[in-house]
Write a protein of this length. Structure first.
Length: 292
């Protein structure tokens, strides 16, 4: 069946997050596969068990589970019908449709699933887009059977944002700070740090959400890193969007700067990017928990 790629989630996940750059795509896969494996290790999926992957996207965790335990059954759920169509096509090609279900639902409203219906709930980089995080954790608890497991991975964006004045995506832009501020304003307007669901929580909040929902055995592993920037390719630096809700740098510059300003900003930033003279900060949290 031909696929039409329409909504912002499928456009970003299937295209815009690596902007057609094969090197960036490889780096993403090299990062994501160990994350998938860790999420599944914490989930401890058993033979014949049912796993619900919330915000399944293009099926990273869900297909991993089907592959890891050959008798498992997986419910792919997402708010993007386009991504559900995409994963359904993949499942058909892989001949695993008899072990799959597909559900269009938001993480904070899983009412289509009855109480205690699943053995495992997984989710990766989804709660960052969900405003009602406490409600989502309550839904995870509700749909899990007793002794069921929750396994989550989320970026902790507060570790890196908002950046101090004079820094732009980890690069020193003090000499062109006024221009950087104009570009930052485009992003700040789209994702205000005090209100945006990507930035309104940290690892302690994740533990508190899980505990308040009623999970009683809870583990959290925080991994924080300050390192050299990953990307030295200027074109993909300009064209990759960090998440579905924001434009790539090239578009933000078009919106915020005059042609002369863009030239001045690029003249300063490009050599820094291409020689990796910056700093990358990242933090991620794995949380896993058991329902009593
Ligand atoms: C960064 S992608 C992660 C996809 C997948 N979990 C993975 O590991 O690759 C975020 C996913 O969350 C989905 N999503 C966004 N808001 C959601 C919500 N409120 N409830 C469920 N899924 C949501 C998006 O459609 C997208 O598929």
């Amino acid at each position: 069946m031909a696929e039409s790629i329409q909504d912002m989630w499928s456009q970003w996940l299937l295209h815009r997050r690596f902007a057609g750059d094969p090197q960036r795509m490889k780096a993403l896969i090299d990062f994501l596969y160990p994350v998938r494996d860790q999420v599944l290790n914490h989930a401890n999926l058993g033979e014949g068990e049912i796993l619900l992957d919330v915000g399944c996207g293009d099926g990273l965790i869900a297909f991993g589970a089907l592959d890891q335990i050959k008798t498992s059954h997986v419910i792919f759920s997402d708010i993007s019908q386009d991504l559900l169509n995409h994963t359904q096509n993949l499942a058909r090609q892989m001949q695993v449709m008899n072990r799959c279900e597909f559900l269009c639902a938001s993480a904070d409203d899983l009412s289509a699933i009855r109480d205690a219906a699943v053995d495992v709930v997984t989710t990766r980089s989804v709660l960052i887009y969900v405003a009602a995080k406490q409600q989502a954790f309550s839904e995870f608890l509700r749909v899990l059977r007793p002794k069921g497991r929750l396994s989550i991975f989320e970026p902790i964006n507060r570790f890196c944002y908002p950046e101090p004045p004079g820094l732009f995506w980890g690069y020193d832009v003090a000499p062109v700070r006024a221009l950087a501020d104009k570009i930052k304003a485009v992003y700040l307007q789209l994702q205000p740090p005090d209100r945006d669901p990507m930035l309104d929580f940290d690892e302690r909040d994740l533990i508190a959400f899980a505990e308040k929902a009623g999970f009683n055995e809870i583990h959290l592993d925080l991994q924080a890193e300050i390192s050299l920037p990953m990307d030295a390719n200027w074109e993909s630096f300009m064209q990759t969007a960090g998440n579905p809700r924001i434009p790539p740098l090239e578009e933000a510059m078009q919106q915020a700067l005059t042609p002369e300003e863009r030239e001045a900003f690029v003249a300063h930033l490009r050599p820094l990017v291409e020689t990796k003279k910056g700093t990358s900060r990242s933090a991620v949290a794995y949380l896993w928990a058991v329902k009593d």
